[in-house]
Design a protein around this ligand. Sequence first.
Ligand code: FO1
Length: 488
Amino acid sequence: MINPGTPSVNKRRIRQLNGKKVNRGPVIYWMSRDQRVNDNWALLYSIELARELETSVVVAFALTDSFPGANLRHYSFMLKGLKEVEKALIKKNIPFRLLTGNPPSTISALVKETRAGAIVTDFDPLRIKNDWKKELVKIIDIPLYDVDTHNIVPCRVASGKQEYGAYTIRPKIKKLLSEFLDEFPKVSSFGNSSAKSDKTTGWEHENYAGTENAGRDRLKLTNWEAVKKKLPGVVRSDATEVEWLIPGENAAASMLNNFLSNKLSRYSEKRNDPNANVISHMSPYLHFGQISAQRIALEILKNFPKDPNTDAYLEELIVRRELSDNFCHFNPHYDSFEGFPQWAKETLNEHRKDEREYLYNKELFEAAETHDILWNAAQREMVKRGKMHGYMRMYWAKKILEWSASPEDALNIALYLNDKYELDGRDPNGYAGCAWSIGGVHDRAWAGRPVFGKIRYMNANGCKRKFNTGLYINNYSNFNKKPPVLPI
Ligand code: FO1
């Protein structure tokens, strides 16, 4: 229970997605984007609502084996994180249910089974999540609330339209930080009367194995190995599991501490140098919601004086990331040529027929078999480590535009590879990043040139000026070479 008297969740984070009235019965937190127990406004609101309605909370994660572009690399990282979520919730006497199947159907089945009185879920601007929510509200007659706990300033509060770029959204966000960048209440254990009902609601389901003592109640434990085996589509992937990054809320917190203590002081100077390894590695944890951006910002502001390092990092963490949610939320074509700004579509159309000095298809790009050894090294870093350095991602995507038959092919290939190999693929950051590189989204027009037109151009010399490209190329010179064990 949140300790009585704790400030309630800022209502401006919350939207009710249908017009239904709450019923008696437990509050379900349908956890999806924000897969963590600490620093989670959606979980906190679920508990607050349950307290008001004098009922209990059940947390559910609806697992689909067909999340577009996802494979073993992603599911393995995600499931390990969810296993930790379940353990942490059980310690707080909050039951966790892992549901497998089509999310709207499995969630509505849970509503029936538990006779739930309301559902809370977390905000996500991606099409697939909106489709799930639209389908769910058609088949439930209790309220569905959506809480933005991914953004510090809720996406739907920061702006009411698609923003042109960082320079237009930044002042809007800065003005609202004092309202939203507040400390989270702690979630202590919850006198969950529903826990007793576990026995009566017959949770005999192949996803469950055994029970765990949780205070005076016994709660079901998920059989995670059985669940992972049931993910048929992911077993055959060639995007192998990533070993160097430990998944889960605890690992995310220690990775953050490591970044703050050992790397932040060199961040602004070295952040564009892949060999310097000063990046935070937060993006996979942020993608799966295993850490809150608000927590990261609070830790920085609490413990570090404002300086070029904190400015540069907070700009990425707050402005750039919230800009990408804004882009995906307000632009339904966030993953296609149609989503580019008018000036970019015009200039790319004018240069459609320009001769491509080199031309590669998806297979050659994927195999890192272009003429450019720097580009190939970046592709191999992504395939081997599941994470390409941010500066190289821009170069990598822009070269796909330069060496593809059309801008549409380029965007499709960049998104396909990004979503297949990047741990943080299928994320608004990735869609906005590819659209920036290939379609000038959030950027301005530059001097025209073949193929690119007025889209900003980048070349290897630009990289050479920033870092030792020879060392980077050597580190990723072939697929069999073990990637360097970078000091995490
Ligand atoms: N979210 C879900 O609610 N259910 C899933 O089964 C699921 C699978 C999944 C696989 C790979 C991946 O990268 C993301 C996945 N997500 C899933 C979504 C994820 O939790 C994030 O919410 C979004 O991708 C970020 O917008």
